[in-house]
Design a protein around this ligand. Structure first.
Ligand code: CMC
Length: 436
């Protein structure tokens, strides 16, 4: 009879153990009973990059990487991108269900009325150098917000948690836009409460002297779609950081600053910039075959291709490709698009990419849209952080109320020196500081 358990034989001792299998997983602590000696610590599993370790149960985002499926709370990403708005999707991620008309109005109203920053935050931002990276500014200013809202540390109170969630979703775009304006030496543009989420962001970014900034509806909609697509992606590097920091019960501003720092890295939020640099380096479509050959010979990677989870076309890349066409109708075609299309065409037919299941990922086309919207490359990770704030917060909330959550604290396999006696200074050799 099949049983929902796993039988393990320890060949070191000949002993057999049975551990339960639940939801396709064994509990790592069940391995601890496996010992050679009675006073052993017990067997550990070693998984430095969490390649095969589920760190949580989650009901937020579902990904099937082999089939190219992404769903938020059960809703396919394609339907959300076509029919939803960013704030509605954020509500869905946070509360678990799509809002009623009344619920959406209240939510929108709350977010809209929390978009302003305290004047002292502006002064803090003015302290940055003129060439400060906007992502570095965003991380610092989000962390600083915890000092403006000290009550946020009371993470056990649901009402208080909700207030901070609303503040963060509302204020991150304002901080993002102010960081951009700071880099240009332009005055900050205050939020316009009459505008929608994407329109207001574009206004805070690009308004100059006109009494009211009116974004082109097609561009605002494309941005809204990009925000929806980037809102969550289950347990990735930055979300894992958010949950791990949140598990210490610190306030969500501090936790979110840590998550944003993880996103800043080139292996996570920085790949779309690398795509644009690659396209610029290739320069023209006739040089694409030559470039593909260099990649196949191991000289660099085809940026925007491949994914740890997706072994099929990233569903987000398909939607972005469509949105790019709509943006280019307004802005004129980005000349790099033809190179991207040719790269994709050749790579999808090439045995090297086909056999390794390398398909375009979310970053392959998103940079082209950002560039067409007039955004500098330094803003690309910031554009990722704005919508991901909703996902980070949904995951943080889920962790806070999870009865199984404890402070995140992995084990290690100690491989250092055995116990040894302290050596007095005069008996020690060497003197160089060797970089490690
Ligand atoms: N170009 C050429 N070869 C590649 C690429 C690529 N973009 N990606 C993977 N490969 C090859 C790799 O060389 C290896 O070949 P072999 O088996 O012969 O050694 C094989 O495919 C498997 O690669 P891997 O490094 O084991 O795959 P991974 O799951 O560890 O890496 C990845 C995933 C996204 C880091 C990688 O595909 C990559 O570096 N892509 C380019 C960077 C990029 O576009 N990153 C954005 C990711 S999506 C945004 C996000 O979620 O943050």
């Amino acid at each position: 009879m099949p049983s929902d358990s796993l039988t393990i034989t320890d060949n070191r001792t000949g002993q057999t153990y049975e551990v339960p299998v639940q939801d396709g997983a064994i509990h790592a602590t069940d391995l601890r009973q496996i010992k050679v000696e009675e006073d052993d610590f017990g067997l550990l599993s070693y998984d430095p990059a969490f390649l095969n370790t589920a760190s949580t149960r989650s009901a937020i985002t579902y990904i099937d990487g082999d089939r190219g499926i992404l769903r938020y709370r059960g809703y396919p990403i394609e339907q959300l991108a076509e029919q939803s708005t960013f704030l509605e999707t954020a509500y869905l991620l946070i509360f678990g269900e799509l809002p009623s008309r009344e619920g959406l109005d209240k939510w929108t109203d709350e977010i809209t009325h929390h978009t302003f920053l305290h004047e002292n935050v502006k002064q803090l931002m003015e302290g940055f150098r003129y060439d400060a990276h906007p992502m570095g500014m965003l991380i610092s200013v989000v962390a600083a917000l915890s000092t403006f809202y000290p009550e946020a540390g009371n993470v056990s109170d649901p009402e208080n948690r909700l207030l901070q969630v609303q503040r963060l979703i509302a204020k991150v775009p304002t901080i993002a836009a102010f960081s951009y304006r700071h880099s240009l030496g332009l005055p900050y543009v205050q939020p316009d409460n009459e505008l929608g989420f994407a329109e207001n962001f574009l206004s805070m970014m690009f308004k100059i002297a006109e009494p009211k900034y009116e974004a082109h509806p097609a561009l605002a909609r494309a941005l809204e779609i990009l925000f929806i697509l980037h809102a969550d992606h289950e347990q990735n590097c930055s979300t894992n950081a958010m949950r791990a920091i949140g598990s210490s019960r610190v306030d969500p501003y501090s936790a979110l600053a840590g998550a944003a720092a993880a996103l800043y890295g080139p292996l996570h939020g920085g790949a779309n910039e690398a795509v644009l640099r690659m396209l610029e380096k290739i320069g023209s479509t006739d040089r694409v075959p030559e470039f593909i050959e260099t990649v196949k010979h191991g000289e660099g990677r085809l940026m925007g291709f491949g994914h740890r989870v997706y072994k099929n076309y990233d569903p987000r890349a398909k939607i972005i490709k469509q949105a790019a066409d709509e943006v280019f109708e307004v802005t004129g075609k980005n000349p790099l698009l033809d190179i991207a299309l040719e790269l994709e065409r050749i790579a999808l037919e090439d045995e090297y990419f086909v056999s390794r299941k390398l398909y375009p990922n979310v970053d392959f086309y998103s940079g082209l849209i950002y560039e067409a919207l007039g955004l500098p490359m330094a803003m690309f990770p910031v554009m990722f952080a704005i919508p991901r704030t909703a996902g980070w917060l949904a995951q943080w909330l889920e962790g806070i109320v999870d009865p199984e959550q404890k402070i995140a604290r992995p084990r290690q396999l100690y491989v250092g020196a055995e116990e040894r006696d302290f050596v007095p200074l005069e008996h020690r050799a060497g003197g160089e500081l060797v970089a490690v």
